[in-house]
Design a protein around this ligand. Sequence first.
Ligand code: SAM
Length: 298
Amino acid sequence: MRMRTSPCLSLGDRLLWVQCFSQTTVDPNEVKRFQLLASKWWNEQGEFAALHSLNDLRVPFIRDNLLNAHGKGLPGKPLAELRILDVGCGGGLLTEPLGRLGACVLGIDPVADSIGIAEVHAWHDPDVHNNVRYRSITLEELSEKGGKGAGQFDAVVASEVVEHLSQLETFALCCNQVLKPGGSLFITTINKTRLSYALAIVVAEEVLRITPRGTHDWDKFVCPMVLERLLESHGFHVESVRGMMYNPLSGAWRWTENTSVNYALHAVKLKEDTSPDDEDDPNDPITVAQAKARRWYN
Ligand SMILES: C[S@@+](CC[C@H](N)C(=O)[O-])C[C@H]1O[C@@H](n2cnc3c(N)ncnc32)[C@H](O)[C@@H]1O
């Protein structure tokens, strides 16, 4: 069931509404599916091979956007002192490289067995082990008002996760809640097109068996424009959307202008209070998006 909200509610009221009515992003069937795959995360040639190689694009994408926003960290540890939340971290395939870059990363996933695998794997590398923590908890639980997660993170990462959620609106609200003002949200996901049905479901699951059959449900895929509108109505400004292309023969990913199958998105949480100086330039995209968001919330 999709949540209907009134544009008259403030963001805080909407979050309270979500919590009161126990809205959740968790689809129990997805949890069962990933539970069965929990032992496979670190097999680089196995079911999650494409996620291992996706690090070649997504790690630099996250690193470079965070460096642009926060400036350089320590040599060899460019993301030092940044706090990142990896939502739907699975076995920690993306959590670990972010930890190696110096960030303090919390990986969360509703599948407890995946969290167990991630914890054991992180133990082998001191660089990772000192910087990453894992919890089997939902984003909704973490973001609860007054909870430890509220306003704590410089960045939230949800890579190949939103296509497995039961509700995107709750996800957007909770991401806003856990981020600091000006914090970054990074999403990689699958577009909702005929081509994505053909490639991500028919070819990848049924013909080449790159991903297990039943992993994806086309109804849950989301177009970049729909995701962008949703985020912009929940207090974010979308900075960039980039297409990504997977080559099943080489197992490699590359950037492309074409977003019709896979894409990466970077959004920034708006700062609620802007100084009069910030509002001087009516053409500034952040100012425009903030004005739009204010109209929606008030
Ligand atoms: C395709 S995997 C991606 C894992 C990891 N982000 C990566 O790219 O290596 C999707 C992950 O989303 C998790 N997941 C499913 N429903 C979720 C929810 N409601 N909230 C957070 N994570 C969820 C699954 O347990 C699984 O670990």
